[in-house]
Design a binder for this molecule. Structure first.
Ligand SMILES: [Fe+2]
Length: 330
């Protein structure tokens, strides 16, 4: 745990979502490779989307999107999401990746993305990129709630970026995150260590792939960033005061325009809490960086006085509180 947390800082990545062109296949694959438990597994639900529990409060999901943009391939495509594992389990994880016919790299020692440890990169049948991350020093809480396969919490997300300084400024202003200064991190990489565990990493690229939400063509891909409950609304209020909303066409139920020319912005979140919030306040609780990557905040209440473990609170929770406080009857 970092000692000098600024108000509004990010403690963990709570969840991420990727795109798939076959939700049922995605569910089956990740049940086998991660031991993930599928939430609400029924045929009708799996036509569109699925969520699975990972360790502790962490979960992940996939939304059906067709056609799926071409992936840059194993270890190259972005976004890439990492999950904590223990170093002594590496051989076990390699065998399971092979059993699941998942293309993967050999394990390799690295500190190039801001933390020292051993990485195994792999991909799912949709070409979504993942990494098992076995750090030399496991953060407190990194393996809390892990299941029998030994998969821990989300360790990091790696995203494309065309201007690292612009992105560092955005995350400094709205997420109170400071870039890591390390001789091990190459100049094309920005590492933002999170306060409790894990990292957000940006890689400099010339042009962006299209496996992100900011193009207006894909459903779902985003990551949820955990702030303390008391920072949830202050963080958003700052953004709502300073960033525009991505225009929403209610008749078409689609965003107007889309692409890599749009600025950092807020957007209507498609889930129940986000939709309710948009109706109440007319503002979105998704937000985009300058490079089509989508995020939203997630509240966390420390367990046992520490954010090493937390009680998760979604916008659904906060929107209900807000409605009660303002007698809006939601
Ligand atoms: Fe989310």
């Amino acid at each position: 745990m970092l000692d000098d947390q600024r108000p509004g800082t990010i403690y963990w990545i709570d969840h991420y979502v990727v795109a798939t062109d076959d939700v049922e296949r995605w569910v089956d694959f990740h049940e086998r490779v991660l031991g993930a438990k599928t939430i609400l597994r029924d045929g009708r639900n799996l036509q569109r989307q699925a969520f699975q529990d990972l360790a502790g409060p962490c979960h992940h999901g996939a939304f059906r999107s067709q056609p799926l943009p071409v992936s840059a391939g194993l270890g190259k495509g972005l976004p890439r999401h990492g999950l904590f594992i223990r170093q002594e389990d590496i051989e076990k994880h390699l065998r399971r990746l092979d059993d699941c016919s998942s293309p993967h790299t050999d394990p390799f020692q690295t500190s190039a993305e801001g933390d020292e440890g051993i990485a195994i990169r792999w991909e799912d049948p949709d070409g979504n990129q993942f990494e098992f991350w076995a750090p030399d020093r496991m953060p407190e809480g990194g393996m809390v709630g892990s299941g029998p396969l030994g998969i821990g919490r989300i360790s990091h997300g790696v995203y494309e970026c065309r201007d690292l300084q612009r992105t560092a400024d955005l995350f400094n202003r709205y997420c109170s995150l400071e870039p890591l200064s390390s001789a091990d991190v190459p100049s094309d990489t920005l590492v933002l260590p999170l306060a409790a565990g894990g990292r957000i990493v940006f890689k400099q690229v010339e042009t962006l792939g299209r496996r992100t939400c900011g193009w207006g063509t894909l459903n779902g891909p985003h990551a949820a960033l955990v702030v303390r409950d008391e920072d949830f609304f202050p963080n958003y209020e700052k953004m709502w005061a300073e960033l525009p909303d991505w225009a929403w066409d209610a008749d078409r139920r689609a965003f107007i325009d889309g692409g890599d020319h749009l600025p950092a912005r807020m957007a209507r979140h498609g889930g129940p809490g986000g939709s309710r919030w948009y109706e109440m306040r007319g503002r979105g609780d998704d937000w985009y960086d300058w490079d089509t990557n989508c995020f939203h905040f997630f509240g966390g209440a420390p367990k046992g006085g520490s954010m090493a473990d937390y009680e998760p609170h979604s916008m659904d929770y906060f929107a209900k509180l807000y409605a009660q406080e303002h007698a809006l009857g939601a």
